[in-house]
Design a protein around this ligand. Sequence first.
Ligand SMILES: [Zn+2]
Ligand SMILES: [Zn+2]
Length: 708
Amino acid sequence: MSSDIDQYASLIRLEEPYDRPTPGSSVERREATRRILSHLLSESGYQQKALNHLICIRSADRPLPDSVLSDIDLINVSEWKGKGDSVDPNTIPCLRALLEETDVDDTEPTASHSPDDDDWTDVISIWRGDISIISTDAIVNAANSELLGCFQPDHVCIDNIIHRSAGPRLRQDCSTIMKLQGHAESSGGAKITRAYNLPSSFVFHTVGPIIERGRKPNEEEKKSLSDCYKSILDVAKRVKNIKSITFCGISTGLYGFPSEEAAPIAIQTVRRWLQENRGQHHIDHIIFDTFLERDEEIYRQVVEGMIGKNLKWVQPPTRTHSQLERAAEWVKGADSILIAAGAGLSASAGLDYTSHELFRELFPAMWERGHRCMYEFIGYTQWEPALQWGYLFSQIHKARFNWPKSSVYQNLLRLTRDKEEKKNGERKRSWVITSNADGMFHQNGFDISSVYTPQGDYSRLQCLKRCREDAVWETEPVMNAALPFIHNETQMITDSSKLPTCPFCGTNQVLMNVRGGNWYIEGHFEEKKRRYERWLRETVRECEEKGETLVIVEIGCGFNTPSVIRWPVQRLVENSRNVRLIRINREHSEVAEELEESGRAMSLPVDANEAIDASGSETKRTLESTETGKQMKRSSSISQKAIKMFQKSRSKTVGCTEVTPVARKMILTVRQLAIEDEFMRHDTTSDEEDSKYIEETTTDFEPAAQLG
Ligand SMILES: [Zn+2]
Ligand SMILES: [Zn+2]
């Protein structure tokens, strides 16, 4: 229900004139800025984020005092420990250990490699993981020509991750090197610094060639990429303590070098270098770290092509994580559970609205039209109805009604069922609140009578003219009638009588029943909302009376619509000692320091899959024995094959037909590709928020403005 002006006008003193101050002098402004900053920085919950931002945007021209640097070291090291242990490179098998058709004895990963062995497969490994947590002697950073790191806080790039984890001493060293050099670093070279607070000891900084998207790299650029690898190894040869190196996929991320062409250059260059320098170096382990699953598969294929044998699939080693174990204990000990989910959770189940790769697989016709991800169409108005509904119905059909069950949701489901089984009394022990309109909880078998969707649901359509207060109706029958008329090359509905109209007033101004701007028809959500709020109130009260705990598992709720879930659940924890919060979010997991210290809130900066797997390790074992669980464990190579089959089968179908069980399984594996998408996830739901988001991420950073 929207508030009437009469209700709020006096609260905000609407009719009182507001006197703006006159502009201040520069001294006054500086004083004011200082006061604002000191106040904002004293507010809890933001200090860590503010600190990271300020360090990130800071130039290295004025060195920080030693005492401040030591303080930052302390924070960095503690933060890193909070993320879990580092990955021991000796647990990553070399290629030779993965060759198929070898003797059983040879298949054990070897702990050490002999540098004199002439077989390069003894030295090289392929691994997919976070380069900032591996403890090889050195890691490689893909830098830009300034070599000073990234100055955009929250930008998810390797440069940022490495500089942030290492601390500002890294930027200071880079600055020293660059001042000495006197000009920008050209591509193909290599510089080295210590790694400071990273688990490795040294960082190589190299600048790879930049290729505009879609263009093929020329010979010069290929040579430049090869030079990067060669230069790094040449420098490594001169530092006696470097025996192991982890390479990132130089130039393949934002720099646009296609992975298919970069991987063979990387491997061939390293292989040749090892041969040419045999007996003259001490490097015994070289790891190619890939960021995306797809890249890992490309590296494997290149190696298989070079050796002429297949590589076995082994589970890559990951860190052990004391925080995750603690989270699992909290969940286990909880008397009631509230699952609070945002866009990050859907992304973890493969439905990533920002993934180009997924979009291309699911909507090839839209890709041909120049569109790149599902997120583009939130609030999109520039299309004719035949295309609009041809696309929207296909998307809803796939995402809202036919998305495969995923392990992360199945684990959550098991978790809530465990709580319901153990309950005594009538009150439910679990509820779900989610800002996602994709019905993922419904599709995964949750009891929807206790799933509240304050942002709406794609399963209903609404009249945009709001001809009556209950002008909403089921999407499914209208969608099913239209699906056979969607042309698979144009994505358009060929029969205009299949376009949706309001059954009450006949207008074609209709849309999904979700919060699109300032309003949506929410009458039928009211009852659910009341029940949700009553459950929450009663649960908290009962917890306080009986000394029980309510644990809130918040997953993937970022800063774009924080007032929907993130802030309300945070307030619950602040207001009751019997409520605990586990905040799972790769980029924005911070919780208020005092809540963390008193053991009432926990920050897990990991992907939902990793967190939920650990929290439900018991349930995971149960799940793995089920059919769904087995499907989830499909290896990367199978998912690649599935995509190819999926593409073939799709080219034969005319129009958008029902998803067959086989295609369904294929989509299931396609989803894995999207999980580690390089794009930042966000869950805005309206035009205004959308443009605000773009503004925030593109304009220059102003610390004071960002702190609130
Ligand atoms: Zn960056
Ligand atoms: Zn109507």
